[in-house]
Design a protein around this ligand. Sequence first.
Ligand code: ADP
Length: 474
Amino acid sequence: MSFFRSLRFKIAAIIIAIGIIPFLVCVPISLRVYRVVSINNDSVNLMSQAQKYANQIVTSGYYLKDVDNPVLDKQIQAVGDSYEGRILIIDASTLEIIRDSYNVDIGKTIVWENVIKTIKGEPEPYFDEANQYLIVPAPLTNSDGDTVGVFIITKNMHYISQNIEQFLSYMLISSIIVFSLAFILAVYASVHFTRPMRKMNNNLDSIIREHTRELPEELSYIELENISEKFNEIFSKMQLIDESRQEFVSNVSHELKTPLTSMKVLADSLNGTEDVPIEMYKEFMVDIGEEIDRETKIINDLLNLVRMDKSDSQLNVSAVNINELIEHILKRLKPIADKANIEVVFESFRPVVAEVDEVKFTLVITNLVENAIKYNNENGWVHISLNSDHQFFYIKVEDNGLGIPEDSVDHIFERFYRADKSHSREIGGTGLGLAITKSAIAMHNGEIKVRSKLGEGSTFDVRIPLSYIEKEAH
Ligand code: ADP
């Protein structure tokens, strides 16, 4: 049952246990100690008493069968009565009972281990568990040092169990009181200590039901405050993701609609005009074709971006000769550069082989060089350099083209961002190229930086590890 796994139950159980365990542990221990100490004390007392009488008995010859001593008889009787017990005097040689304060066993022979031991000079007290009697023997030793008899004194020890019973009844009452207090305290504490958690739970509920967007900053436990801070961080991150997703969707629809609108306008004007000359048809069809190309380009860029964005998208890493890859890309882009008479120069400081995803990495270089050519002036130049150290390889793409306005530099990696909208559109940009580039570089655990001055040109610096280390999945 989930109640038993709850913190409330655990707090309550701990408090009740703290209240009860001392009783369960201490009571039996103290009772045992009380019993042992009482028996020991009584044994010591009785032994010294017995010793006292033993001397008297030996000197008076009272241990002998035929000696009469009514004074001692009485005295012995009184001593026995005072202990609610019995006194025996045994002859050491015959083991015959000479005197008995109960007067029932006189003349009988007693064969008991402790009597024999006492005769041998090793008297030992004995506690008769069943009848609750303490039996203490003492040797009767004459002046020659011979043991002539054994003096036995027994004491009724019922008082111990009576005391224990009384003690237990007090304990029962106090344990009921302690248990009740512990129970009340446990219920109070379990409710009180878990209140902030229940509150947090309710707050999270209202976030789930979208009534609020963050956990209130309440003073509760430091641990809970830390957790709610982290939760709030997560919520604001989710909010940002949500906003950027919405913005992305509206940008996508806008970008996809623009070429369609143009085509619709072109088609409508052809349809709405009577006797359209064939030249006009051709011209308009060329324009429509261009819009289709643009739409295709946007869709292709979007697909690349989506592929890059997929959280589980895997890099298809292999050892790639970066020099050859760049030369191959430059060859492909040469016709575009030639159109505007732009000089493209590749400078390699050393041969570089690195572990990259060839397809995604091709997108990186192509986008950077393509931009350097697109956003350039006629007769401009583009310099690409490749270098490496023991850990990274570095690619620099530099141009002396249009440059990027200062306030745009921080935004050019955002999706659909175009520094100069009209110019970019004319050039055929979608605003997705650098977003794709940045994602691809991030997937390779690399970095990209840009420096640019409007009207003077731009420099993009890329740094990527030579060997790919997969990020740990969390
Ligand atoms: P686009 O498809 O518009 O080129 P990008 O994401 O590749 O989109 O680039 C975003 C914007 O950054 C471009 O519209 C352009 O204004 C600016 N930009 C990128 N590269 C350069 C460059 N080499 N020189 C000047 N401006 C650049």
